[in-house]
Design a protein around this ligand. Structure first.
Ligand SMILES: [Zn+2]
Length: 229
């Protein structure tokens, strides 16, 4: 949401800057950029109220092009692989706002986990933390930095708060989960690449599970190493 607001401001500043430079040369009234910005704000308001900012998200994803899509795929493949390795059911995934909208998912897409299907919810906290940080971990491994993942951090913090863990403990939990996710991704790099390829091809969740089942059994860490002190 904050990123969207910053992008909107950037677009507004860009429009005003362009017209400030070209307006006198092309004899365009100074009221034109003001009108365009007001029109833009009107449509953004409609988008925010009626479409939960999906319109601007689709536009920004379009501007991001193939590079943005590749980063999203690598981020979501990180969530996917770690959820798979930790036996957290994956119901579906989407790679863009339009894709998520079409499939009836919330927000701008991502991996949909079957939380209700997990029987032992208490011992799953560390697993969820690791899955939550897996997108950031994947980006850091592949791109050396992470552009996405702020929503993941917020999910992690709200989960820890719901479990009664105070805010002081959150940074350590986050770092531990990130290291755990990076370790698992590094140990299963070929499986990770398979998921990236499958997502790139738009494979269904069934096709992804089948491909993983037919592939080499991925290596997992011992169960006790998932328990945080
Ligand atoms: Zn994520």
């Amino acid at each position: 949401m904050q990123q969207i607001a910053l992008n909107i401001i950037a677009i507004g500043v860009f429009i005003i800057s362009v017209f400030s430079m070209l307006g006198p040369i092309l004899h365009i009234s100074p009221l034109v950029p003001v009108f365009i910005v007001l029109l833009l704000l009107f449509f953004l308001g409609i988008d925010a109220v009626l479409l939960q900012n999906r319109g601007i998200s689709v536009f920004l994803e379009f501007l991001g092009g193939k590079k943005h899509r590749q980063r999203v795929i690598h981020h979501e493949a990180g969530h996917f692989l770690i959820a798979y390795l930790l036996d957290i059911p994956i119901l579906d995934y989407s790679l863009s706002t339009l894709d998520a909208w079409r499939k009836g998912h919330k927000g701008s897409g991502g991996v949909v986990l079957g939380i209700e299907q997990i029987k032992d919810k208490e011992t799953s906290l560390e697993k969820f933390c690791t899955v939550a940080m897996a997108g950031i971990a994947a980006e850091q491994i592949v791109y050396k930095d992470a552009q996405g993942g702020e929503d993941d951090r917020q999910h992690l913090y709200s989960l820890l708060l719901r479990k009664g863990l105070n805010r002081k403990s959150h940074p350590l939990k986050e770092r531990t989960a990130l290291l755990q996710a990076k370790d698992l991704l590094s140990k299963n790099s070929s499986t990770y690449q398979s998921i990236v390829d499958l997502m790139e091809q738009g494979s269904s969740i069934e096709q992804c599970y089948l491909a993983l089942a037919l592939g080499k059994e991925p290596s997992t860490v011992p169960a006790e190493s998932l328990v945080l002190s």
